[in-house]
Design a protein around this ligand. Structure first.
Ligand SMILES: Nc1ncnc2c1ncn2[C@@H]1O[C@H](COP(=O)(O)OP(=O)(O)OP(=O)(O)O)[C@@H](O)[C@H]1O
Ligand SMILES: CC(=O)N[C@H]1[C@@H]2OC[C@@H](O2)[C@@H](O)[C@@H]1O[C@H](C)C(=O)O
Length: 374
């Protein structure tokens, strides 16, 4: 079957179904993409399945844990949610299954995405590519971010001619600087990518703890507050911001922010954590090889007008949601894993020195065929 899949992807573009469960722990995104692994041919159907409060609580409880340390319940939540969502799609030659990152420590214990692709392959009857990050980490890379090769394809698809930044504002923030003049994402200088810092995760945690809701809808609470400049100064003094990219973060690497805003009112704390996400991006863009012509924002943070306004005030170029160039900012990461699945099936690289710091372009991912499971 792995051979049949390889033959199919080499014969021409295929429909690939990508699925992403991100660090904000809101739910699973899934999207179809027609691709040959080099370029975007067409976008297809997409769907979303939120985690229930109970499921989210199971995932939260497993954050920071490694395989073998009581993560079975979390893996089952991830597998069940994906099986339910992905069963609603048809026509995919392959599935790209990211899973749920529970722990990420590339210089230490590695990287851990909960969810077993073999279970999903058995449930769906379609070959599943999964465990995308481990090989890169084993080879000395950061294992993240992995969307950059897809961002490169997006830049080509939009016809960009000048360097552009794709900024994802999920639980953690990450950006890809792309030079669309170059021919391939693993060419030297084509991409520089790295995690910018905390984005929505600290704000979501605050909203959950103080207001019992998952996030600050429309930035409404932050809009009422004042930014605490001392907390902002402490954030930007963190060594992470002067570390040269590529570099990556675990969801809770800036967990101390919760303590730092503990004495502030709800609104001031929300405003301050929102400002932290934006300020981290300001530091990050300063690392780009050349100023981008525009910053295109994807991920849920683009729906937060307070965060977007703060970003606009921090950066010297237009800051717009990716919808400005015809992309879908809710589905870009799911589409990225559809794209990467085809690259893995073709035996192509999914990361490079500029995207994860790995010494040479490298592929990754396990391909599990349904009949291997039966
Ligand atoms: N209308 C909105 N107003 C304010 N914030 C929003 C809104 N919609 C989404 N968000 C924020 O975006 C988050 C979801 O973003 P997204 O789905 O991009 O994250 P993710 O994919 O889980 O994370 P990551 O990219 O780090 O893996 C929500 O948890 C919330 O913080
Ligand atoms: C280890 C891990 O899961 N990292 C995520 C996380 O969420 C955002 C940021 O941190 C990014 O590095 C990555 O996700 C995206 C999909 C990526 O790999 O490009």
């Amino acid at each position: 079957m792995a051979g049949a899949l390889k033959a199919a992807v080499e014969a021409g573009p295929v429909w690939s179904l990508g699925a992403m469960s991100g660090t904000s722990l809101d739910g699973v995104d899934a999207a179809m993409l027609l691709t040959d692994g080099a370029r975007i041919v067409d976008f297809g159907a997409s769907d979303y399945r939120p985690y229930s409060d109970d499921e989210r609580a199971v995932l939260r409880a497993a954050l920071g844990r490694w395989p073998g340390a009581g993560v079975e319940a979390a893996a089952e939540v991830v597998e069940t949610a994906h099986a339910e969502l992905l069963a609603g799609f048809s026509g995919a030659a392959v599935v790209g299954f990211h899973g749920q990152t529970l722990a990420h420590d590339p210089r230490g214990r590695g990287t851990h995405q909960a969810g077993d692709g073999r279970v999903l392959a058995g449930a769906l009857g379609v070959p599943v590519v999964w465990d995308f990050r481990s090989t890169d980490v084993r080879m000395g890379g950061e294992g993240a971010p992995l969307a950059p090769f897809f961002h490169f394809a997006c830049a080509k698809w939009t016809g960009a001619r000048e360097p552009v930044v794709f900024l994802n504002l999920g639980g953690v923030g990450n950006l890809t600087w792309v030079d669309p003049a170059l021919s391939a994402p693993d060419a030297a200088g084509a991409c520089l990518a790295f995690d910018t810092g905390p984005a929505n995760a600290p704000l979501n945690d605050l909203m959950q703890a103080r207001r019992g809701v998952a996030f600050d809808e429309g930035g409404a609470l932050a809009a009422e507050g004042e930014v605490d400049e001392e907390v902002l100064r402490r954030l930007l003094a963190a060594p992470y911001f002067t570390r040269m990219p590529p570099k990556s973060l675990d969801r809770d690497d800036f967990g101390w922010l919760a303590e730092a805003v503990a004495e502030l009112s709800d609104a001031d704390a929300a405003a301050t954590l929102t400002a932290c996400g934006a300020a981290a991006v300001g530091e990050a863009v300063a690392h780009c090889p050349a100023p981008p012509a525009r910053v295109l924002v994807t991920g849920g943070g683009r729906r937060n007008p307070v965060m977007m306004a703060m970003l606009g005030g921090t950066l010297d170029c237009p800051v717009e949601p990716v919808e400005a160039v015809g992309l879908d900012g809710d589905m870009l990461e799911a589409q990225a894993f559809a794209f990467l699945a085809v690259r893995v099936a073709r035996g192509w690289a999914t990361s490079a020195p500029g995207t994860t710091g790995v010494a040479a372009p490298v592929g990754g991912g396990i391909v599990s065929a349904p009949e291997q499971v039966a």
